[in-house]
Design a protein around this ligand. Structure first.
Ligand SMILES: C[S@@+](CC[C@H](N)C(=O)[O-])C[C@H]1O[C@@H](n2cnc3c(N)ncnc32)[C@H](O)[C@@H]1O
Length: 278
């Protein structure tokens, strides 16, 4: 029987610090610093060192706007340039914590898999939680092209040109390096590089307690659900990161659930994240 550490004060402090770091909550201003320097370069202006150092005074309104938006709904560019390890924001990371704890407390069998990992932060968080709970056998599967999104091929994804956005392309060595920084790059982390349609039907993992789908597009979301939904243990969690923000993603979920007669209620996490229990 696994010991539940979640009432321990040190555990709470540790998990909170981990989330602070993964979300770049301590370095919010750095994204504004880089955006300011890029602006100077783009407009051939000399930079003002005082603005770089004291950005909190020069752009107090923008600093405040970022702080007031912990769930990452606005100011994408400024947040990304702060280089968080994950873009999912506070509420979705808090919710992921609750799901991992629920799976471990209720002994729901299966591994954890994130499809669409970007810089790896949400997957790093799941691996870190397993370590804190002294879980000795669950694995974390990390599935991504590691070269950004595919171009939109289906009509449902028309005009979703995320493949043109270089901020969405993060190489596998970079992601492995991020796991290593947290001391969590070990044989319990399994990388699945390539397009979802080619990689997710592999025989492993055979059972999932958490399936985190974060592929943005209709096709990517459908590829994830088609390949993996049957492997989610009853009571396990299916998380759809882009359910609120991207109508094409939501449509894929609705089509899939209708086709498979899934009527478990969908719960909203924040402005975009949603989940249901299988
Ligand atoms: C929005 S990002 C994921 C954000 C991440 N979960 C986080 O915690 O910040 C979307 C990711 O999905 C990947 N992706 C989208 N569609 C894909 C596909 N069909 N095959 C492989 N990777 C895909 C992209 O490479 C990108 O890394």
């Amino acid at each position: 029987m696994m010991t539940d550490p979640s009432m321990n004060l040190l555990y709470k402090r540790h998990v909170d610090l981990l989330k602070n770091v993964l979300l770049n909550e301590f370095g919010t201003e750095n994204g504004l610093r880089i955006a300011y320097l890029l602006y100077c370069m783009d407009t051939s202006q000399p930079y003002d060192l005082d603005k770089v150092i004291n950005i909190h005074r020069h752009q107090a309104d923008k600093v405040e706007a970022l702080r007031q938006d912990p769930n990452g709904q606005h100011n994408y560019r400024e947040r990304m340039f702060g280089f968080p390890y994950t873009m999912i924001g506070r509420a979705r990371l808090d919710s992921l914590q609750t799901m991992v704890e629920t799976v471990l407390c209720e002994n729901i069998s299966g591994d954890f898999l994130e499809a669409g990992v970007w810089r790896g932060g949400a997957s790093i968080f799941m691996r870190a939680m397993l370590e804190l709970w002294e879980d000795s056998d669950r694995k974390v599967y990390v599935a991504d092209s590691f070269q950004g999104l595919p171009p939109p091929l289906l009509q449902q994804d028309e005009n979703l040109n995320f493949h043109l956005d270089p901020t969405l392309s993060v190489g596998i060595d970079v992601v492995k390096g991020h796991f290593a920084r947290f001391g969590l790059l070990d044989d319990r982390v399994k990388f699945m590089p390539g397009w979802f349609e080619d990689t997710l039907r592999a025989s492993e993992p055979s059972q999932l307690a958490i399936l985190r789908a974060d592929g943005d597009l209709y096709k990517s979301t459908m590829d994830i659900l088609d390949a993996l939904y049957d492997r989610v243990t009853p009571g396990g969690f299916v998380i759809i990161d882009d359910y609120g923000a991207i109508p094409a993603c939501r449509l894929a979920v609705e089509d899939f659930r209708r086709a498979h007669g899934i009527d478990q209620p969908i719960h909203t996490i924040d402005w975009t994240g949603a989940y249901w229990r299988a």
